[in-house]
Design a protein around this ligand. Structure first.
Ligand SMILES: [Zn+2]
Length: 408
């Protein structure tokens, strides 16, 4: 037993630390047919304007099985900073692009924010934390579903969903393609390859895994076209015989190099270390921005305003307290609803109200009523509430359930 454990540990360590392991191509192969059928129906709003800044609201779902995986807000914010540098070519290491390739380097004029408004219109900070009993996720999307130990996506027509979790040796990241199924649309990143502060894998410590995966989410392929001397569909990226690892020096020639400049190994879509990649090309920029055009699969983002906190209609709900203890997700019912004077509350699906706390908020998020140490079948006096819409909330561990209440 000890041998097996040790062996597993070693294999995991080797695969996790040595070279980039992006699961996107493998993942995409499973959904080829689906993408073709779902790329229609995308005329939402307006076309893009040439070179306008496109800003994408991001929600980060942190799924943790231990404290190390519950990465800090600061680590998450450092990743947003990296994205806004890399996609705007404001990264300090842009200076490292070889002279011969600088003419191809582009500012994509795409930016990112942590969502300031949640799908219900409440002010938000764009970060969700959730304990999971799943120790290792694979490429089968479990992290994207509550029922599988993950967290359901926010509306992927309006938000870029990023799931942070432990994928062990399966991959350090993977992305869905534009036009795929909405509830699994987004990217997944290994918790210790996200951001540029915190405890990170040595070769993947500058936030470039998310840069790479978001570029997949925006339609880019690997620079070698996932084939020997393959085609990535971009005119200004040179043909490469395959991917590059680690940190090559310029020029690096391969069997199908078009000229003496060789491979563009510093492109974000190669497999080099974070410290050695620093550019997208004009062709890649055109491809990524094309997703947002009037007939593009991500045109709905032209109608997303979640980066602007002034558009929220309600104050934030209180933060959940962080708990590393697994609890049964709260499930309960209230009746009658609408109610006038008395509200009955009962647990459902094995969830016992006993010892739990209940809170009632106004529609603007102001706490109106609170009761702790509930009994299993509660009767709450609500005669003091004025008529209107309220939210009844029960928090258990890191899970919360909210039910809308109409007070007559
Ligand atoms: Zn990739």
């Amino acid at each position: 037993m000890r041998f097996i454990f040790l062996f597993t540990f070693l294999v995991t360590t080797v695969f996790t630390f040595a070279q980039r392991n992006c699961g996107t191509a493998l993942y995409a192969a499973r959904f080829e047919n689906e993408i073709v059928t779902q790329q229609i129906n995308s005329s939402y709003n307006r076309d893009t304007i040439e070179d306008e800044i496109l800003t994408i609201p991001v929600v980060v779902h942190v799924l943790y099985n231990n404290n190390a995986q519950n990465i800090s807000d600061a680590q998450i914010r450092s990743q947003i900073d990296v994205l806004n540098e890399d996609f705007r070519r404001m990264n300090v290491d842009a200076a490292n692009t070889p002279e011969a390739f600088k003419v191809h380097a582009a500012d994509s004029r795409i930016m990112f924010c942590l969502a300031q408004i949640n799908p219900e219109g409440y002010a938000a900070k764009g970060i969700i934390r959730k304990y999971t009993s799943t120790r290792v996720f694979d490429l089968n999307d479990g992290m994207k579903y509550n029922a599988a130990g993950g967290d359901n996506a926010w509306n992927s027509k309006k938000y870029l969903n990023i799931w942070i979790c432990n994928m062990g040796s399966n991959a350090i990241g993977y992305a869905s393609q534009p036009g795929g199924q909405a509830d699994r649309d987004g990217i997944v990143i290994q918790y210790n390859a996200f951001g540029r502060i915190g405890t990170l894998m040595p070769n993947f410590n500058k936030g470039r895994t998310a840069t790479h995966e978001i570029a997949h989410w925006l339609g880019l392929r690997h620079i070698w076209g996932d084939n020997e001397c393959g085609n990535d569909g971009i005119n200004d990226t040179p043909q490469q015989s395959g991917y590059n690892n680690n940190c090559p020096s310029f020029p690096t020639l391969s069997s199908c190099s078009a000229d003496a400049n060789g491979d563009m190994f510093m492109n974000f879509m190669d497999y080099t270390n974070d410290a050695c990649m620093n550019m997208f090309t004009h062709g890649q920029k055109t491809k990524m921005r094309g997703q947002f055009a009037i007939n593009g699969p991500r045109n709905s983002f032209m109608n997303s305003f979640a980066c602007d906190s002034s558009m929220s209609t309600a104050a934030p709900l209180p933060d959940d307290t962080i708990s590393a203890v697994k609890t049964i997700a709260p499930s309960f019912k209230i009746y009658p609803n609408p109610a006038t004077n008395e509200l009955n509350v009962e647990g459902l699906n094995g969830f016992d109200l006993k010892g739990q706390a209940l809170k009632i908020y106004s529609a603007t998020g102001v706490l109106q009523f609170s009761k702790s140490n509930l009994i299993s079948t509660e009767k709450i006096n609500i005669s003091h509430l004025t008529s209107g819409v309220y939210f009844v909330s029960i928090i258990s561990g890191k899970d919360r359930k909210i039910i809308k209440l109409i007070k007559q």
